[in-house]
Design a protein around this ligand. Sequence first.
Ligand SMILES: Cc1cc2nc3c(=O)[nH]c(=O)nc-3n(C[C@H](O)[C@H](O)[C@H](O)COP(=O)(O)O)c2cc1C
Length: 192
Amino acid sequence: MTKVAIVYHSGYGHTAVVAEHVAKGVKEAGGEPQLLPITGADANFDPILDAVTAADAVIFGSPTYMGGVSAPFKAFADASSKPWFSQAWRNKIAAGFTNSLSLSGDKLSTLSYLSVLSAQHGMIWVSTGLKPGASLGDTTVEGVNRVGSSLGLMTQSDNAAPDVTPGAGDLATARLFGARIAEATARWVKGA
Ligand SMILES: Cc1cc2nc3c(=O)[nH]c(=O)nc-3n(C[C@H](O)[C@H](O)[C@H](O)COP(=O)(O)O)c2cc1C
């Protein structure tokens, strides 16, 4: 069974709900998800770094704060310079997701950063592989990929509690995304 590490930060719980649904999708596709929350900018990141090194794939997740990743996620990314020196994460499958309040909210900036981080580590970035909600015929909160993101998973939550928002469509999209990353990882590992 392929191991998929899901490293994420969530200040107020919304991105955490998305991470849980990504994990469900990984499991449904036959992978073994490992949820690895970043608890703060001054946390000891060594256990997370080691778990990623032991995994076949990593999915990075961060809320979009001020048009980019949150400070705790960036602290983790900076700490990942440790495995970068030995290129310990080279050739793993990588992907990313972000959640924010606005429909756009500059989420693409966050996904761009997550893809660059993965590229610095020499990893293999996997897209959503999902057509936009507009093409699938549903841009409502029930729709799959209603925001139409290709580079990585984008979800949107209102200021209500995380058990209310993001909506059903975004959570279903998170499951499809997790399944795609697990399937890509299985193919990649088998090919190796
Ligand atoms: C410091 C801060 C900066 C934020 N910046 C943005 C932003 O640039 N774009 C946006 O759409 N929402 C922004 N938001 C809203 C959050 O993305 C939104 O509340 C999200 O659900 C938070 O995820 P979390 O509950 O996992 O922390 C910001 C929130 C905070 C606290």
